[in-house]
Design a protein around this ligand. Structure first.
Ligand code: ADP
Length: 396
């Protein structure tokens, strides 16, 4: 069975075509500058990338170009669009009702449209992407996979904020959690490696956006992102958790609007805000190595906060069987992984720093110190595969 995975953003559409019999990616790519001019990059293994700049006025034009490329005699990997059995769509937010991946019908789309206020950046383009794909491929299943649904089983005490309860009832203000598809994938792999479905696992998805999740018995019990992806660990340009009063104080002190304060905390904070250099961890690390104090401080704050969250989850779960690192920073930045694990032996977390420094990139690695009570793994994430798998399971 061939499954197409689509991740639509406001001006972009990423795709991967999976052959689920062989569990391989036949082709993948990215449409960019949708609604501006248009650019497609199409990749197949062993062949040079194909780029084209056909006009892409909207998401429908983008998906039509993707399908045309996938069946093209020279560039394509399938003979006909009919070979695609189903499409899996990534949604950042499934609200409180879409608690698991689901075949998208009129009810699901009406609900997703009703919650765009909770998710103004990702919701509308993801819905447009779905509608465009449905129009072009009307007779097959379209499945929605929601980043939030992994957190559907969290207890109220983990998701209700200690603010007037009416704000939850009226505006659905609560912790939702994000990156769930990534945490579900790597926590599942870690449980497999441990041979224990009931394991207590902490997964650190550290990338441009970062979150840390605690999983017990295959279910997330807590996570660092909250009502929005702004909470938790400091990120590339987002502050992560801060005293909420800082927001209103900045507004008053600078005489700025709520939107402007939001921009400061979302786009000008985190690694970029503290270092003043870059939101990219590699640039910040290079500057820190070169003696830049604020770059070093930005990384120290990231490590300090990640350690605090990991420690709090060990306390919540009364132990931890595995600590997992994933995503751009988690998979690649050996120094940061080592810093986070340093001086955690009292909690049972001990890393073999040599194994950590030499483990190959892009592969699963066990970097636990000899005798370490808690396994420390590096596990490359694969959200697209998880979306394809859910789509397959709901289509079979
Ligand atoms: P996104 O959240 O956009 O998917 P990624 O998971 O790709 O982001 O992570 C991007 C982050 O990963 C950047 O801060 C980048 O510097 C970092 N990163 C990527 N490769 C490396 C590397 N080899 N060493 C250190 N950091 C890396």
């Amino acid at each position: 069975m061939k499954i197409l995975v689509v991740n639509a953003g406001s001006s972009s559409l990423k795709y991967q075509l999976f052959d689920m019999e062989t569990e391989t990616v036949l082709a993948k790519g990215l449409c960019e500058r949708i609604g501006i001019d248009g650019a497609l990059t199409h990749k197949r293994s062993g062949k040079p990338d194909y780029k084209c700049t056909d006009a892409l006025p909207d998401h429908k034009a983008a998906i039509e170009l993707v399908l045309k490329t996938l069946i093209d005699k020279e560039l394509g990997v399938i003979k006909s669009v009919d070979e695609i059995s189903a499409v899996g769509h990534r949604f950042a937010h499934g609200g409180e009702k879409l608690r698991a991946s689901a075949v998208l019908g009129a009810d699901e789309i009406a609900y997703l449209e009703s919650i765009v206020e909770l998710n103004p950046l990702h919701g509308p383009p993801a819905i447009s992407g779905f509608k465009a794909c449905k129009e072009v491929m009307p007779s097959i299943n379209h499945v929605g996979v929601f980043d939030t649904s992994y957190y559907s089983d969290m207890e109220e005490k983990a998701y209700i904020y200690p603010i007037p309860y009416e704000l939850y009832e009226q505006y659905r203000i609560r912790r939702y959690g994000f990156h769930g598809t990534s945490h579900r994938y790597v926590a599942g792999k870690a449980a497999e490696l441990l041979g224990n479905k009931n394991a207590k696992i902490i997964t650190c998805h550290l990338g441009n956006g970062s979150s840390i999740t605690a999983t017990v018995n295959g279910k997330a019990i807590d996570t660092s992102m909250g009502f929005t992806p702004q909470d938790g660990v400091p990120m590339g340009t987002r502050s992560g958790a801060i005293d909420p009063t800082v927001v209103t104080y900045i507004q008053k002190a600078k005489g700025i609007s709520a939107e402007e304060a939001d921009t400061i905390l979302n786009k000008q904070s985190g690694l970029l805000g503290v270092s003043g250099i870059s939101s990219d961890c590699r640039d910040v690390a290079t500057a820190a190595e070169g003696g830049n104090k604020r770059a070093k401080l930005a990384l120290d704050i990231l490590v300090h906060n990640a350690k605090k969250i990991v420690g709090s989850y060990v306390a919540e779960m009364n132990g931890v069987d595995a600590l997992v690192f994933t995503a751009g920073i988690g998979e690649n930045d050996r120094e940061l992984r080592a810093e986070i694990c340093r001086d955690m032996s009292w909690l049972g977390i001990e890393m073999d720093e040599k194994a950590n420094a030499t483990c190959p990139r892009g592969e699963i690695a066990d970097v636990t110190a000899n005798g370490g009570k808690t396994k420390v793994f590096v596990i490359p994430t694969n959200e697209e595969y998880m979306i394809a798998l859910d789509t397959l399971n709901l289509t079979k």
